[in-house]
Design a binder for this molecule. Sequence first.
Ligand code: NAD
Length: 409
Amino acid sequence: MNFFETGLSHLNAAAKKIALDPYEVERLSYPERIIEVVIPVTHDDGSARLYHGYRIQHSSLLGPYKGGIRFHPKVDKDEVKALAFAMTIKTATAGIPFGGGKGGVIVDPKLLSDRELERLSRGYVRALYECLGPLKDVPAPDVNTNSRIMYWMADEYERILGFPAPAVVTGKPIEHGGSLGREPATGEGGFYILQEFLAQEKRDPKTIKIAVQGMGNVGSYFVRSAQRAGCRVIAVSDSKGGVFNREGLDISGILRAKEEEKSLVDFTGGKRITNDELLALDADVLVPAALEDAINDGNAGAIRAKVILELANGPLTGNADAMLSEKGVTIIPDVLANAGGVVVSYFEWLQNQNKERWSEEAVLAQLKSVMIKAFAEVHKVSNNMKVPLRIGAYIVALRRLSKAVQRRG
Ligand code: NAD
């Protein structure tokens, strides 16, 4: 099963549990629109090159399409389709008034100069602007895209339209309409979910050992929150490998090393380990926060953690998910655990539309309340219907989507 088929299998399993009308299942099995674009970019040496990109608008049943844009050499249509579908489920699980979409450009941005990256980002918007808009489709950053790229995209859109429309894109720099609290949102939001889960299990965070794969935006804010709550972070990793200390790592030292753009393998406060060794550690909670398919047929058998908090999108393959669930591992699914980013994106959109500025405390307090509510809803369904949390999240989402289908007729 590829990533999209895995999503559809969860959709079908949840739909079966609530006897969802087959028409509604079918409707969610296809994106509403697949847009494929070719973006001409002039390089600094005067040569011109074409880049291929996508925007896939999966569902607008609950509001404007919402989802990030990824710049990566391995972007492909099926992956973007799967990510767009996951956004539909995620926004519906979190209960925010957005649909699901995702974009991508096949490019290795590390090979482009700043000016070339800007031309590519603006070119993406020129190719797509008729399909975008604060009430139509609202992109955001994803892998290898950031607030600067979002600024170029919003600026290009406003130049074409001739009037300000900052809510067309979220994840912008603070000085250009971005929201305070967006940067920590996904990691911190993921920790709120873990905290709620531990409270349900009557487990004290101070007794919990955590291993985190991926120390980018999401992983690094998550470990900050985990450490603040007294959890013991025993291992972290990046693409080059990881570091392990059974007594708990010095998180401030690790974050300092990351800020200085050093790799974790050079950090001296623990033993060096590989990414595969990290996955197999005797941790209470394993947090994949890097890549899709990180836990797969090849390594799922070695996992010893009893809880997996999915902060990356799609970090477990369908087989790995089935194998680990069978073994009794609790999987807190991506569509719930990493929804913090899109929730604060919604707050940014709201602030732009209403010409407001919220404090970081206000943003994080609202985020916390949305995440706690989403967890409670998913947990209740999962308990009452005796289904895994992932299927519980899909059921919460499908009930909202189904109501929208029925309202629309
Ligand atoms: P990022 O680019 O900031 O960080 C990715 C991290 O993963 C880096 O530390 C990188 O070194 C590490 N990594 C890459 N390959 C690895 C490998 N093979 N093994 C171990 N580590 C590896 O990205 P991010 O924004 O932190 O996103 C991480 C994941 O979370 C992605 O799946 C993304 O789609 C998902 N996500 C992000 C957000 C967000 O707000 N940033 C929201 C929802 C979901």
